[in-house]
Design a protein around this ligand. Structure first.
Ligand SMILES: [Zn+2]
Length: 159
């Protein structure tokens, strides 16, 4: 179940996604939140320099591996504007992070990008559950997914 504090964190992710878009990156943003609700780290997409692994969920997984003991990682939640890609889901699984809550799903993104005429990505679009079985995952959240959709439209209508 997505509660009010989950929604607040997801709204921050969408804000970070908007910041990324405005900086010339792709519109994705994520937060790492501890078991007590403290925001431990946040990041946004940074692929405009040419490194297409610079996804926020990947950065947060590495941040968690460096800064949190295993028990705290498992109790932490990653909030994100868009469901993890397979690379980020794998990193999340390898470092043993906990629950994921996303505003929009990979399935939605795939449909949106196809409708915008964007060529398919070089990495297969798979849901998190295909990469990290058994992980608690929640989303999409329709009201916020609409906002994320609008950001992707802005990105691709610019080109
Ligand atoms: Zn990713």
């Amino acid at each position: 179940m997505v509660n009010d504090s989950d929604l607040r964190h997801l709204r921050r992710c969408v804000e970070l996604a908007r910041e990324a878009l405005e900086a010339g990156d792709e519109p994705f943003g994520s937060l790492l939140v501890g078991a007590d609700g403290t925001v431990l780290a946040e990041d946004r997409n940074r692929v405009s320099g040419g490194d297409h692994t610079r996804h926020p969920e990947f950065e947060l997984a590495r941040w968690a591996a460096e800064h949190l003991p295993a028990g705290e990682r498992a109790a932490a939640t990653v909030f994100t504007s868009g469901e993890h890609c397979p690379m980020c889901a794998a990193a999340h699984g390898w470092v043993g992070l906990g629950r994921i809550v996303y505003a929009s799903s990979t399935e939605q993104l795939t449909e949106w990008l196809a409708a915008l005429g964007v060529p398919p990505s070089p990495v297969r679009a798979l849901p998190i559950g295909e990469i990290v079985p058994g992980l608690p995952v929640e989303g999409p959240v329709p009201e916020l997914a609409d906002e994320v959709h609008a950001l992707h439209r802005r990105l691709h209508e610019k080109h």
